[in-house]
Ligand binder design. Structure first.
Ligand SMILES: Cc1cc2nc3c(=O)[nH]c(=O)nc-3n(C[C@H](O)[C@H](O)[C@H](O)COP(=O)(O)O)c2cc1C
Length: 183
């Protein structure tokens, strides 16, 4: 698909088929996300890929309201996604990067994370997500970026990440569910 078509045709998918996506397709999607620009070449965003049923179940337990999960109407189609990708940002990496000598003239040099007027780790995580949304569309896969119902640190800590990491939400990826005439 031409890039312009990918950009214009991309839409969020909220009904996934539970079938797995090929490893190669997932690797390409993650490679697209990992190619995103990062402020000061900090590379302070990692992409946590959750594929196993156990890890995905843990994620949904941590990240979503039980009422939403059990309602089924909206949630069933999203919970079926075979892959969840969580962009995990490390604000400390950005603070350390902008404290280096080549950034001494930056207005960000010496600021603690809470003082950054534009938190670049949030920008970088967003760019990575956008590239993965586009890569999914290019591969005719469905993808949904969604907010977490629980605090970022609660979810990440539950997944075994350090308390200093933050996220902006998560990406569900999979084959879109095929519509039936009854839909
Ligand atoms: C920051 C952000 C947060 C979003 N959160 C959710 C969400 O929690 N659940 C959801 O179903 N869609 C979510 N979306 C998807 C938007 O609702 C969707 O992009 C918008 O309706 C436009 O539709 P389209 O992307 O299919 O063109 C989010 C999108 C963005 C950019």
């Amino acid at each position: 698909m031409e890039f312009f078509d990918v950009a214009l045709r991309r839409r969020m998918t909220r009904r996934f088929d539970p079938s797995p996506i090929p490893d190669e397709a997932l690797a390409r999607l993650v490679a697209a996300g990992a190619s995103a620009p990062t402020a000061g070449k900090t590379s302070g965003v990692e992409l946590l890929v959750l594929k196993s049923p156990e890890r995905r179940a843990l994620f949904w337990d941590l990240a979503s309201d039980r009422t939403w999960r059990e309602d089924g109407q909206e949630s069933a189609g999203v919970l079926a996604a075979p892959v969840i990708i969580v962009p995990v940002a490390d604000p400390d990496a950005y603070v350390a990067r902008y404290a280096r000598p080549d950034k001494v003239s930056s207005a960000l040099a010496g600021l603690v994370a809470g003082e950054w007027p534009v938190p670049y780790w949030i920008v970088d995580a967003s760019f990575a997500v956008m590239l993965m949304l586009l890569a999914a569309a290019d591969a005719s896969l469905g993808a949904l970026f969604f907010q977490l119902h629980a605090p970022s640190q609660t979810v990440l800590a539950g997944l075994g990440l350090p308390a200093t990491r933050v996220t902006i939400g998560a990406l569900a990826v999979g084959h879109p569910a095929v519509s039936t005439p009854a839909d």
